[in-house]
Design a protein around this ligand. Structure first.
Ligand SMILES: C[S@@+](CC[C@H](N)C(=O)[O-])C[C@H]1O[C@@H](n2cnc3c(N)ncnc32)[C@H](O)[C@@H]1O
Length: 272
């Protein structure tokens, strides 16, 4: 049977449908540069996701590109990639990586002896820039947006928070509240739906939160917004990277139950 989506065998496909997704990717060669950003993802993880939702040579779009981990993942598995990012500093980090690293058998290496890392990150607000993308040219949108708003208020000290753009109201992470954040996600979803060809996938990495003393299922709320734009919600993988596990925090010990949220959700949507 012809497989229109990817190059995986039946058993590789089956394995990747497991809703639990533990990984153990250690920091890669570009990590010391990328870690200036407080919310990076392993390029190897992005490569696995991209390998499921595209074929070699196809174009992947990441509208919340950060320092370009999705683009590095695409390069690892020979896909083309384009990103959009609000903060020029993160684009500069990506450019430093493409200028000084390449891809060898073992993955990303310092030096230019391996395969060239291609990929381009546009500077701007993705809610505006996406409007300029023609429909039908991108094979998959795979992205890791800010996880809601005012994150630093509840999590100060747990991460470097350098993913925020202080005072920049176009940053979804600076939305005044979850309603405003979800309204911005709705605008993103509308454009993503227009750009993708039928039967192609939008994949969003996102974590749940605590808000006003309660578990706030941000992934589910985002999924509902994406569905309203016309996408079908096809599944979710619960991703846990053992290698970068933070120590458990003693939230409200002996007072009340508070989860240590150590996983992130990978939401999978299809256009039609
Ligand atoms: C969770 S981070 C992505 C990190 C990325 N996965 C990586 O590994 O580098 C989200 C990014 O979205 C960017 N961002 C927030 N609002 C944006 C907008 N409206 N347009 C484009 N980028 C935006 C932030 O500056 C931040 O770098």
């Amino acid at each position: 049977m012809e497989n229109p989506l990817n190059h995986l065998s039946g058993s590789q496909w089956l394995y990747w449908t497991n809703s639990l997704y533990p990984t153990n990717f250690p920091p890669d060669a570009t990590h010391p540069l990328r870690k200036k950003h407080g919310a990076i993802k392993p390029p190897e993880l992005m490569a696995e996701i991209i390998s499921f939702f595209t074929k070699e040579g196809e174009l992947v779009l990441d509208p919340f590109a950060g320092v370009g981990s999705t683009l590095l993942g695409a390069a690892l598995v020979k896909r083309r990639a384009v990103g959009i990012e609000l903060n020029a500093e993160w684009i500069r980090v990506f450019q430093e990586i493409t200028a000084n690293f390449s891809i060898a058998e073992a993955g990303l290496i310092r030096g230019k002896t391996g395969r060239e890392i291609k990929g381009f990150i546009m500077h701007g607000d993705c809610l505006e820039e996406l409007k300029k993308f023609p429909a039908g040219q991108v094979a998959a949108i795979i992205t890791d947006p800010p996880y809601g708003c005012r994150h630093r208020v509840s999590f100060t000290g747990e991460t470097n928070f350098a993913m925020y753009n202080p005072g920049e109201n176009k940053d979804l992470g600076n939305a005044a509240g979850f309603d405003e954040y979800l309204a911005m996600m709705a605008l993103f979803a509308e454009e993503a739906f227009r750009i993708l060809p039928p039967r192609r996938y939008l994949v969003i990495l996102i974590g749940d939160r605590y808000h006003q003393g309660e578990y706030y299922p941000l992934s589910t709320k985002v999924a509902q917004v994406i569905q309203r734009a016309g996408f079908k919600w096809k599944g979710m993988r619960i991703w846990w990277n053992q290698a970068t596990q933070r120590p458990l925090r003693p939230y409200a010990i002996k007072r009340c139950y508070v989860s240590n949220i150590t996983h992130q959700n990978i939401l999978i949507f299809r256009k039609g």
